[in-house]
Design a protein around this ligand. Sequence first.
Ligand code: APR
Ligand code: ZN
Length: 256
Amino acid sequence: MSDKITRISGLVAGSNKIVVFTGAGVSTESGIPDFRSPGGIWSRFDPDEFTIQKFISSPETRRKQWRFLIESGLITDALPNRAHLAVSELEKMGKLRCVITQNIDNLHQKAGNEPGRVFELHGTMGWARCMDCRTRFSLDSIMQKLPEVDYLPECGECGGMLKPDVVFFGESLPERTLQAAIVHARSCDLFIVIGSSLVVYPAAYLPLYAVEAGAKLVIINNSPTPFDDQAQVVIGGSAGEAMERIIDLVKKMHGG
Ligand code: APR
Ligand code: ZN
């Protein structure tokens, strides 16, 4: 692994147009389960239950989905881990264009990345949004009331249905966020994937756009991905350990 750490550190040291792309695997060391590892969320819950059609179709499935989000471990007061902190360091070094994340846990922002530089392709669990008038409510403001409203929270403005501000299967991604992420993927010179199986589209197109535009691709993931053969370097190990060692070596290369 150390030769690969050295190669990635060399790429990072030589770039100031880096895009980092993260998936659930960057947050497992913060105690948040990912989706497709053994024991991951989709081994305990059926993803077909979490379509927007099901959410709208009946109060029963809405109740189930709110309970899932509360009980799945996706909403916790988890703390950023070494991998998130290393990505925040890249921004402090002036090397990071943006973070494109599939995660809804807000841990990149908690680690110190500027919110304006974090593109949340699948939304965020920090908010709930009214499906009628689009008003947003912080999740904290409605969590306590969920049991008393039997997990069917309503909009305080218009009485409409509240939905977690995350992208459900069958829903399109936030258009402006996706377009901004595509522009950055196409204009970076180093695209680093951390903790994603790269099997969900359109998010998984982004590393492709970067490679097509001539960027170098690095993948840090503890299981193989469909894009490994297009990467300059692939590290199949812990995101936290790899990212911490990379940042330490880059600092040494910069005489830090
Ligand atoms: N270090 C490195 N890699 C890790 C670690 C870790 N500590 N923990 C898990 N991984 C890897 C797993 O091996 C897996 O390949 O991270 C990857 C996580 O993949 P998924 O669970 O599929 O998560 P993700 O790629 O983010 O899924 C994309 O699918 O269900 C939807 O909306 C959901 O945003 C999610 C999307
Ligand atoms: Zn409303």
